[in-house]
Design a protein around this ligand. Structure first.
Ligand code: 5GP
Length: 189
């Protein structure tokens, strides 16, 4: 998606450890027009995939996910992050290791919001090692739902995530794919 790539070129800041900071339009301040264009791109890519629900993790996945859900006229559910507590029987829960925070967190979705037979489109802001997307996919599958696809805003293609998701048989569509952040420079695939 050319508009997104241009925004990353102009406003993205490369941090230590292969982390890209895009807090001017996605991770802190949000560019609503760009989010709507992303929603449109996801709606076009997955329009024929029979998606019944969009799933993301709070917080930065919510903005693009809600735009896609609006355009596809389906609900969006975001998994909530919380510190590990005792198991609750009304929740699906999975542990996810966060690449940027270097810590494990638990993500949960109420059993009310995922049903057997749902076809879930997972949307997230970044794909690095695939932990977040795989955690959401496990939650969907626990509920007896099917993963219709995974939509990513910014894929760091130099990390293992895409390969892992493809290995699991998931369809992965990314709006921008970054080949390298070496030397503080963003190079797209
Ligand atoms: P993964 O689970 O694929 O290893 O990492 C994806 C999650 O980590 C995303 O939900 C995102 O929150 C965070 N993340 C990974 N890499 C980056 C990055 O370069 N920049 C930002 N802002 N977040 C990242």
């Amino acid at each position: 998606m050319e508009l997104l790539k241009e925004k990353i070129r102009q406003e993205g800041i490369v941090l230590e450890g292969g982390v890209l900071k895009v807090d001017t339009f996605l991770n802190h301040q949000v560019d609503a027009g760009l989010m709507m264009a992303m929603g449109q791109a996801f709606a076009e890519l997955f329009g024929e995939a029979g998606v019944t629900k969009i799933m993301t993790v709070e917080s930065s996945g919510i903005a693009p996910a809600v735009m896609a859900a609006y355009l596809m006229s389906i609900p969006m559910v975001f998994a909530r992050k919380r510190k590990s507590l005792t198991m609750q029987s009304d929740l699906y829960s999975e542990k996810i290791y966060s690449y940027t925070k270097q810590e494990e967190s638990e993500v949960t979705v109420s059993k009310k919001f995922l049903e057997q037979g749902d076809r879930v489109l997972i949307i997230d802001d970044f794909l690095a090692n695939g932990e977040a997307a795989l955690g959401m996919a496990r939650i969907a599958e626990h509920a007896g739902a099917e993963v219709a696809g995974i939509g990513i805003v910014i894929e760091k293609s130099f990390q293992a995530g895409r390969g892992k998701l493809i290995e699991h048989g998931y369809r992965v569509e990314s709006l921008a794919r970054i080949a390298s952040l070496d030397g503080g420079v963003v190079t797209f695939v």
